[in-house]
Design a protein around this ligand. Sequence first.
Ligand SMILES: [Zn+2]
Ligand SMILES: [Zn+2]
Length: 266
Amino acid sequence: MQNATKYPLNFVRFLGTSGTRFIMLSQRRASGGIWFTYGGSRGVIDPGPGSLVRICDAEPPLSAIDINTIILTHKHIDHSSDMNALVEGMTLKSREKKGSALMPRDCVSGGDAVLLKHFADRIKDIHFHEDRAVTKLVTGTTVESVAHKHHGVECYGLIFRGDGLPTWGVISDTSAQAHFPERYSDCRMLIINTTLPLPKATLDHMSAADAESLMQVLHPRLAVLTHMGNMLLDMGPERIASRISTDQTRAIAATDGMIINLDELS
Ligand SMILES: [Zn+2]
Ligand SMILES: [Zn+2]
């Protein structure tokens, strides 16, 4: 985590840290998803409302025209609304199809698509999540998809790997699943959509208590809580993160605009 005058070689920047529709609608926290620059891949995970604005406002500058990868973990509006605008950036002025995208199949089919056909037709490689599938992005880095359970929509977590690069993962919107400890075991950093303080049987979202249990098995070097709901924000996510940190894992709460240097995880 740092305030940079120049970006590290490999990094993530939080374009938003909001969880739930309520936080998205009030913009108590921004809802732009996560920018990543990793082994030549430059892209956004879950570009919700305001993603493009957050990219344009970023300091040091970022540009939607530099994007070569767009990833959706699922189709909910707080994760997908700016997808088409970012495809416009990714494919701007190109006569040929360009870039890659990874998303659940229900983002483009089923009569309720979030990616318009006009934009889908401009993307060079469209990949669909399947549990355990490893997708090679345009630049050679890979993303493994991890099945999630989230209110009846297709939803997947992500594990990024690249030669000589630290492995890191994203646990998106989901209730805690028994396969997470095995699947995320080699992640040096884990970004966890931690919406609630405590698990709630009716909500398919991770809680701070779920994140704490995972960390005690997985021991990533860094755990980053994001996608926070009202209750968690009211309680003070920084305090919660420091309470669940362990000797092996530093847990932090993401803030809008936060940059994490992935090279420091090596
Ligand atoms: Zn969400
Ligand atoms: Zn969702």
